[in-house]
Design a protein around this ligand. Sequence first.
Ligand SMILES: [Zn+2]
Length: 339
Amino acid sequence: MRDRCHRRAGGGTRRAWRAAGATGRLLAFLALASPAGVSRLGAAEKAGAESPPPPRWERPPELHSASRMFESWKARVPPRPLLGGIHYVGTSGIAVYLIATPAGHILIDTSFDDTVPHVLAGIAQLGFDAKDIKLILSSHAHVDHVGGHARLQRHTGATIVASAADARLLASGGADDFSPFPLQLMRYAPVTADRIVTDGETVSLGGITLTAHLTPGHTAGATTWSTTVRHAGRVYAVVFLSSLSLVSGTRLLRNPRHPELVADYEQTFRRLAAMSCDVFFGFHVSPRLDELTAARGPNPFHDGETGWQAQLTAAERAFREQLAAERQAGEANPPRATH
Ligand SMILES: [Zn+2]
């Protein structure tokens, strides 16, 4: 099921993906845990060290580092058309996608509250009226992706669409989450979802239909969206891939704040493996499609080191490595609440 991505478009956005290296380094902070913590723990115990470092799942992000990381994602970057009616209107580190249709527009994610002015400026720069936004969707209800929902809903009157679990998180303003991030960083203005979607449910506007794929793990209600667009005479299966990372400080096994976390991730990897994808857009990397439209060589969105399959494989490998490491650490490490 994993080879369903077909080669339909060419190009070499590898240069662009390499250009995203800075974001990648920032994301290393959010990287999935490795078993290195366990290895070090064992070595330290053998050496008789008094206080070996705890494994990554017991080291929640530190406030100032996390705050610096968030701030580094907020720089304004030029908006740009991508594929079909899809446009990038996000910041340097947080993707926001505008899908323009004749019946109004769809926005996927809104970024932080204080970066909404960048989003609005980008939409205007592309020649669209933000007040024509009819639907606001989200990848997952963390502050860096939905912190701007309340402000943008006030500005546009748009309908907010979310999965049931992320709707609960939206309603709590980010407070009702199992994330180990400091709570004061994760809060945002609470919003009420106007429409709840279940797995496989579709949302349509102006000839565009988006399908919700519930991909829980990063948040309990994380949602990956798929659609089909026509561009330069070709039809593309497009996936807006929600985050798959497990935030440092998050325990998989016996997580007191989210006991079903392992089952959630297992379900997510199964669902993503079954999806068709020609082009995927993430939410922490600014995509550049110049070389895709050049139509030469393999499609960089599903081939190569940063393609679709590579993304899924790397995420699942990291998940399984941490799971194995936690099992290896065994009962010696009782679960702790992170906040
Ligand atoms: Zn997140």
